[in-house]
Design a protein around this ligand. Sequence first.
Ligand code: SF4
Length: 272
Amino acid sequence: MRIKKRLFIGLLILSLVFITAVLAGGWYLGWYLMANNEILFNRILLALGIFTLVIILLLIALGIVGLVLIIWRGRNQSLLQRLGLMAVNALFPIALALGSRLGVKQATIKASFIEMNNQLVRLRGLVVKPDKILILAPHCLQWSGCPHKITIDANNCRRCGKCPIHNLHYLVDKYGVALAVATGGTLARHFVKQYHPQAVVAIACERDLTSGIQDTQPLAVLGILNERPNGPCLDTQVNLKRVEEAIQFFLYPRMIKESQMQGESWHVESSI
Ligand code: SF4
């Protein structure tokens, strides 16, 4: 089931309202307690602090408005996107905490964030050469009984067809993109430094995708959630059609946009 990005944007707005209310309460109390304070310096200090916080809150609010405008109009604006990412980074922990308090699962909130990120990346319309695209896959996609060490080198896979790594290699051959398989965030960051891609198609669970996307900003990362029929981290699966579509988005973004505007489905033939 696809999670709507409006959930995350709604939580961002709620977080902004929440910290504005907390800061307004703090300001009122501080001002009230200092009402009889004769030391002018303290009052100036408080006023300066409040002024700085108001500016930061205004920038964050502008960032959220920018995100809504970009997604609503379907048009990228790099300054607004940068402000939006700043707002997301600042409010993310509060949005998670508030969402949990309201009974929304953390995984659902993170999935909504990933959807929003994917939409923003697509709207950037980057055209990337195949050798600058990296498919970053998690180790749990590999069949648990496989003896081959593919995290050192994905080419150690013998393509026996027992797990999705086989089909990812098929996409590597078809499009000329790179593939790396990581056991966790540290190795994933290492591969990003090693391959120096302009775009990443990342496959992982909600938690790893969220931290990976945030760690590598402003790199263009299209996130695809893995499927876990055997529970977390064991013989996971991925929708390979979505992986292929993500590669095609980076290779032919204009053609895809035009076909979508004409209400057609994307017509580059999918092999899976
Ligand atoms: S496809 Fe590759 S990684 Fe998967 S089980 Fe076979 S050899 Fe191992």
